[in-house]
Design a protein. Structure first.
Length: 416
């Protein structure tokens, strides 16, 4: 340890320098991370050599992706595929990276992938694509709130110009007003190109709020740019109904012989289980989400590709549907609120960008938006595979055996 670092550590110990100001004091974020880590090791009596092992350059990331860095954590990344997808944007066979610590997850999804690909692949379509932000306005009365509502509806073009002045790729598409008492929410819905778009929508919405407060010929005050009708990082029925991010659907028709040979289950048993478990069971439990484990797959892809992991909450509000088509099984998943991007946020981290490159969706698309939509179709198809296999495993009563095999060190001889 150099004399200079020892002096910095002594200043921290004496309370003359805070851990959060090391970047400014040292002029280098990587050196600040080192000092912060060494301080914790000495103070807490721990060894952080694994956290220290990282390819990340904090000079590049500080102030954009992280504050007070000390290193990085590592999560195993597995691959499933090839998964055949016949979408509007994703066309072909893809290998999909899943970052997880759950034994059996990758093997489970991979078996579903195999069954779907052997059945001709998953068909996928984007129903809608926009990011929502919902400012909340106070007025002194219900009459004033309704006047404000009529005024913003009459002046939508002006609000659109203000919003779009803050971004090259963002477009204000629609506005959904909602009144309660003397309050008014404006659910502003934006196209955000290949970015997931939450920050883009927030900045644009702040501009809209400023314009309303300055130009509305009445009494109105913006309480917050985000009034929880967006709805971000929380489960909400409005996202299932109106959508947020990508509303995407994937479907497949699995032949009976493939279901028996690959999934070891009858289509009729898978269909009945889906009805009893995902539909009736979820309804009886009061769950807003009617699926087997969509969040498992979505979280694994989100971590691998640098998405906002907290948005797994609304992104996994998935509806899994099955039908019998003769002796075969039709299965679909509907994800009305899949919030993903291929630029911005964690997608710029080196390992996450490589994961996006595996699927051919890294960076911005031409035209803007096509890469994010392609990613959404691939994710939906992967969720479809995960749902199919878990339902089949439970129908065949294989779930516990699979977790014993893959989750307790028995995976070396396992077959997909």
């Amino acid at each position: 340890m150099s004399k200079g670092i020892d002096e910095v550590l002594e200043k921290i110990e004496r309370g003359e320098l805070s851990l959060s100001r090391l970047e400014k004091a040292l002029g280098n974020a990587n050196l600040a991370a080192l000092v912060r880590r060494v301080y914790l090791e000495r103070k807490l009596g721990v060894k952080l050599s694994s956290i220290a092992s990282t390819v990340l350059d904090f000079v590049e990331l500080y102030g954009r992706n992280i504050e007070n860095p000390i290193g990085a954590v590592q999560i195993p990344v597995g691959i499933v595929g090839p998964l055949r997808v016949e979408g509007e944007y994703a066309k072909g066979e893809y290998y999909v990276p899943l970052a997880t610590t759950e034994g059996a997850l990758v093997a489970s999804v991979n078996r579903g992938v195999k069954a779907i690909t052997m059945s001709g692949g998953a068909r996928a379509r984007i129903v809608s694509d926009y990011m929502a932000r919902a400012p909340l306005f106070w007025t002194p009365s219900v009459e004033e709130a309704l006047r404000l509502r009529r005024w913003v509806e009459d002046n939508f073009d002006a609000l659109k110009r203000e919003a779009e002045s803050t971004t090259r790729h963002g477009k204000l598409l629609t506005m959904f007003p909602y009144n309660a008492g003397n309050l008014l929410w404006l659910r502003l819905q934006y196209h955000t190109g290949d970015a997931m778009g939450m920050n883009m929508a927030t900045i644009a919405s702040e501009k809209v709020c400023d314009y309303i407060e300055k130009n509305y010929p009445g009494t109105a005050k913006c309480v917050t740019v985000s009034g929880n009708m967006c709805t971000d990082k929380k489960p909400a029925e409005i996202n299932k109904i109106l959508g947020r991010g990508k509303h995407v659907i994937a479907e497949a028709l699995v032949k009976r012989d493939i279901a028996l040979r690959i999934l070891k289950a009858e289509p009729r048993d898978i269909h009945y289980l889906n009805t009893a478990k995902n539909l009736l069971g979820s309804a009886a439990a009061g769950s807003p989400s009617f699926n087997a484990h969509a969040a498992n797959i979505i979280a694994a892809v989100f971590i691998a590709t640098g998405q906002d992991v907290a948005q797994v909450v609304e992104s996994s509000l998935t509806l899994t549907w099955t039908e019998l088509r003769g002796e075969d099984l039709y299965i679909s998943v509907t994800l009305p609120s899949l919030e993903v991007g291929t630029v911005g946020g964690g997608t710029r981290l080196p390992t996450q960008r490589e994961a996006l490159e595996i699927m051919g969706v890294a960076g911005g698309g031409d035209p803007p938006g096509v890469n994010a939509r392609k990613l959404a179709e691939i994710i939906a198809a992967t969720v479809l595979a995960g749902e199919l296999n878990l339902l089949a495993a439970q129908a065949a009563r294989e779930l516990g055996r699979a977790h014993i095999q893959y989750g307790r060190g028995g995976g070396t001889s396992a077959k997909p």
